[in-house]
Write a protein that binds this ligand. Sequence first.
Ligand code: SAM
Ligand code: SF4
Length: 341
Amino acid sequence: MTRTPAFPPQGPPLIDGFGRTVTYLRLSVTDRCDLRCTYCMAEHMTFLPKAQVLTLEELDRIASAFVALGVRKLRLTGGEPLVRKGVMELVESLSRHLATGDLSELTLTTNGTRLAEFADRLAGAGVKRINVSLDTLRPDLFRALTRGGDLAKVLAGIDAAQAAGLKVKINAVALKDDNASELPGLIAWAHGRGLDATLIETMPMGEVEADRTDQFLSLKDVRRELEGFWTLEDIPLNTGGPARYVRVAETGGRLGFITPLTHNFCEACNRVRLTCTGTLHTCLGQEDSADLRAVLRAGASDADLIEAIRLAVDAKPKGHDFRIARAAGPAVARHMSTTGG
Ligand code: SAM
Ligand code: SF4
């Protein structure tokens, strides 16, 4: 890929209409994935035609515009970011913003299946921490939940990431009928390897076959159960996101709870999301969006692009409105794999 020149800093930081400063961009680099997690995707997904997906150069240009506007943290996601062809070129290109100090963190969220291949290059590009999504340590359940995935590949990927010096956080979606009984074991395993762990409540995004009211497991209940045998000490780690953290006294490890449905985290929200088609979503739970691909492909100058971003951020909604009700459809029609979570 050809690199776009760095934008010079672009005036005042990105502040939305409610006074929140946007410092974090999640960038979905593909809607494709080598797994089909039941809560995330339908079994037979129709993926986007290539022409609709931003090129690596377009992704780089938009991300660099956000950096020029004061974004300090970039997270690549998807779909599965490591299945995007040329993704390492993008990572290596974006790492120039780490070198200048304009960006403080470049990271990604991955399912881990291709980490063994890419861990060294990621570390070489200045990536320090990654999130690996892993809901179970049982090969049979992993295969069922991901519709065909191979747990051994993910575990080998985590080994490779740790060997490369990357800090790994394990993210697990809490699912009532599937992995509820396994969560303490998964957390203990992660902490035993020196990894932080975070539990996520399922969110009603996109139509999938499974009934979300059946899958939904409140993290309040999980926390209560864990407190039956562990001491959970609150730690004031505010990431500006929906996670609340505790330290498990017995394991010494950190545990996060992401509860978008039972806890309102919007007042401190510092993030926006770009889909792989260039749609900027300023709120995960609302349909508001701005089409930055159209802006780019109409031949926008850097100033036009910056203006489009400022306008979209100015209109960032105050908060989301997720509800899991049997009668209601998904709160938001797009799948998590298009916005990247
Ligand atoms: N493929 C990568 C992965 O799995 O880590 C990155 C994209 S994935 C969409 C990002 C995160 O969203 C994963 O941790 C996944 O478990 C989570 N996720 C997907 N669908 C979800 C849903 N409906 N509710 C809550 N979390 C979800
Ligand atoms: Fe793929 Fe990640 Fe969605 Fe699973 S959660 S289907 S790994 S994008």
